[in-house]
Design a protein around this ligand. Structure first.
Ligand code: CP
Length: 293
């Protein structure tokens, strides 16, 4: 593939190939260094812990050099345009750009400006394709399949770029998706997707409760009733099916959407999601067109 700015460019076969490759990388202690000598630039114009560090480690494990741009100290602060910044990074020697930005669509524009493979590490409220792939890998690792799973995504659906990617990825692989949240944090109706405001009524039906952070930095406002209705705590978790699991893309706002005892409890796959970030991003980087295999 030329780049990965939207998961909507991937069909079932493409996603399954990336999931298989990620699971292979997870199993292989010393993978081949298919990006040896290449340079991967990390252009994170928004904060990140999981995505940035796992892209960096994935790049290093594939033998690439990592170029890290810190927007707080870069020349963008002297008035340099985004276009000039990214073309400068490519002129310095970057072969692949990993881009996170607060504005939706920026990774596509960076790809047009530079002509090099761009991987979207999260753009505004639009998409976070590699997080969706991480989640698919985690579901396959745990359940052995995604088809037929009943997955409830709970919380601030409206502002979630992860949902923007999962809305394509999960139904494409045959999961039954329900969006759960307060009316003001649900999107307009989407054909084929069930939406509800009633987590109490849904919780027993789910194989996976996928919890989301309330994104106050993007304008989400909730009051105390949010915790009462949408926080996954010990009481609600006890009503889940015995085999059901809890996921969250992170970062967590403990005590708001998820209680400590659930985040750290036996149902939680949250740290598996984090750990799967490195092999998943290795799979994506090594699948880019022009990357030696
Ligand atoms: N899930 C996710 O994108 O986490 P970070 O913001 O820490 O990268």
């Amino acid at each position: 593939m030329k780049g990965l700015t939207s998961i909507r460019a991937l069909g079932k076969t493409d996603m399954m190939a990336l999931v298989g490759s990620a699971l292979d990388y997870a199993d292989t202690p010393a993978p081949e260094e298919s990006l040896r000598g290449r340079a991967v630039a990390m252009l994170f114009f928004e904060r990140s812990t999981r995505t940035r560090l796992s892209f960096e480690l994935a790049s290093m494990r594939l033998g690439a050099h990592v170029l890290g741009l810190d927007p707080a100290t870069a020349s963008t602060g002297k008035g340099e345009s985004l276009r000039d910044t990214v073309t400068t990074v490519v002129a310095i020697g970057a072969d692949i750009l990993v881009v996170r930005h607060s504005e939706g669509g920026i990774p596509d524009r960076v790809a047009e400006w530079t002509g090099v493979p761009v991987v979207n590490a999260g753009d505004g409220t639009r998409e976070h394709p590699t997080q969706a792939l991480v989640d698919l890998v985690t579901l396959y690792e745990h359940f052995g399949a995604v088809e037929g799973l009943s997955i409830g995504i709970v919380g601030d659906i409206l502002h979630s770029r992860v949902v923007g990617s999962l809305l394509h990825a999960l139904p494409t692989l045959g999961a039954h998706l329900t969006l759960v949240g307060p009316p003001e944090l649900l999107p307009p109706p989407i054909e084929g997707i069930t939406m509800t405001t009633d987590l109490e009524e849904q919780i027993e039906k789910l194989d996976v409760a996928y919890m989301l952070r309330v994104q106050t930095e993007r304008g989400a406002v909730v009051d105390d009733s949010y915790r009462e209705r949408y926080r996954l705590d010990r009481r609600l978790s006890a009503r889940m099916a015995p085999h059901a699991v809890v996921m969250h893309p992170g970062p967590l706002n403990r005590g708001i959407e998820i209680a400590d005892e659930v985040a750290d409890g036996p149902r939680s796959l949250i740290l598996r999601q984090v750990s799967n970030g490195v092999p998943t991003r290795m799979a994506v980087l090594s699948a880019l067109e022009g990357a030696p295999t």
